[in-house]
Ligand binder design. Structure first.
Ligand SMILES: [Zn+2]
Ligand SMILES: [Zn+2]
Length: 433
């Protein structure tokens, strides 16, 4: 008679588990501390793979909400689950912004991009899409060229006043030390590449930027969505709010399944300083970040902030062109590494607009093609961009051939000897014939 006891125990346990299962799984989905990958709020997108105009599928309503959240659709979801013209056009805009084939169909790549965890700030604010305006650099005929960057600003270019280059930051009470240290590092990263300086606000004073962790609806109209989905958001100048989603698994460094506090802080501080999302995947201002990854500032981010604040520094400009003359810019090696160091120097802010290359009347055309190629090489290895000036007055670099004493106090010495000289900053450089 002892045999029925274990059987009855197993049966009872199985019954108990069956009864509790719905409760347990409901708990796993709703728990703020659940890090179950399947719980991502963007998971519904998987079921929409292959959807296109004309389809009517459950879940399209959620896609509309997703595209509305990130600025691709305005709130007017008539026929909620219909894949209509308006939705197709929103999907195409999204695809353009992320360098995907703009088919308007939810193909594999579009779905996998959309499903990545991301910043909660919209890509398009007030209907103006700046992200797609950036295009890869292209070379025109006759040796002229230009490069367009991908960074973007908020509508109306909000920024901190020019006189306010020192910003203070503070934390909501209870912020973990790991986050305080990571955010301080992120501020140091921005300080090393811009005119800004940052310090932690003394207790009792009101900081310019305030950082904290929040869950779900936290009263700013931008509710977080639990684990996965949106990770953080921050407000344009001079608001100063920067919120982490407290339901994410946060960490320091690249840890599988977790998000790096510092990487996300560098991104969100970019918003606090006035940068919007960039379509350059390597840029810190790219809106998506996978778990287990770290990232830092990219030339696209630096150039964006410099353009927004009109930062210029002739000292660095001079060093750059000294290098241009001193070391022919062929394979990226020493001079490019040196320039990277230069960019990080607190006093080096380069200049705010592309230096313009002007072809003077006395320059043989066969000399201009190699020069143009050299600028392309520099542009692809540094944060500088170049374009050919339309007239003398807006040219930053003037190239010409001169002989002997040509009026700048640095006479050439005939054949052999010195080959070229340059007057930097605003004078451009010259090559002797
Ligand atoms: Zn963002
Ligand atoms: Zn918030």
């Amino acid at each position: 008679m002892a045999a029925w006891k274990p059987f009855s125990l197993i049966f009872s346990l199985a019954l108990l588990i069956l009864l509790l299962l719905p409760l347990l799984s409901a708990h796993a989905t709703n728990s703020p501390n659940s890090h179950d990958k399947t719980a991502s709020p963007f998971e519904f997108l998987k079921g929409l793979q292959g959807c296109q105009k004309g389809n009517k599928t459950k879940g399209i309503h959620d896609l509309k909400k997703y595209l509305e959240q990130f600025g691709y659709l305005s709130h007017n979801h008539s026929n909620e689950d219909d894949f209509d013209d308006i939705l197709e056009s929103a999907v195409k805009t999204y695809q353009l912004n992320f360098h995907l084939n703009a088919t308007g169909t939810l193909d594999d790549k579009t779905v996998s991009t959309m499903m990545m965890p991301r910043c909660g700030v919209a890509d398009i604010v007030n209907g103006t899409n700046w992200m797609h305006l950036g295009k890869k650099w292209h070379q025109k005929s006759h040796g002229s060229f230009h490069i367009v960057s991908h960074y973007a600003f908020f509508p109306g270019n909000p920024r901190w006043p020019q006189s306010k280059y020192h910003l203070t930051y503070g934390f909501v009470a209870g912020t973990p030390t790991a986050a305080i240290n990571a955010v301080a590092q992120a501020f140091r990263a921005w300080a090393s590449r811009t005119h800004f300086t940052f310090s932690q606000a003394p207790s009792g004073s009101r900081p310019d930027i305030i950082v904290g962790f929040f869950r779900r609806d936290h009263g700013d109209g931008l509710p977080f969505d639990g684990p996965g989905g949106t990770l953080a958001h921050a407000f344009a100048p001079t608001d100063g709010r920067f919120h982490y989603d407290g339901d994410e698994r946060w960490t320091v460094g690249a840890v599988s399944g977790a998000f790096d506090l510092q990487t996300v802080a560098v991104h969100e501080i970019g918003h606090n300083l006035g940068l919007e999302h960039s379509s350059v995947p390597e840029a810190i201002m790219y809106p998506y970040i996978p778990s287990g990854a770290t990232k830092g500032l990219h030339p696209d981010d630096i150039e964006g902030i410099r353009v927004l604040y009109n930062i210029s520094n002739h000292g660095c400009f001079e060093s750059f062109f000294s290098l241009l003359i001193g070391s022919p810019p062929t394979p990226p090696s020493f001079p490019f590494e040196y320039l990277k160091g230069l960019q990080g120097h607190p006093k080096c802010y380069a200049h705010q607009v592309s230096p313009h290359l002007r072809i003077s009347g006395g320059t043989p055309s066969e000399a201009m093609n190699p020069v143009a190629q050299d600028f392309l090489t520099w542009a692809s290895n540094t944060h500088f961009t170049f374009s050919q000036a339309q007239d003398d007055s807006n040219a930053d670099i003037k190239i010409g051939f001169s002989r002997g004493d040509h009026g700048d106090g640095h006479p050439f010495d005939g054949a052999g000897g010195t080959l070229a000289g340059s007057c930097f900053c605003t004078d451009g450089w010259e090559i002797p014939l």
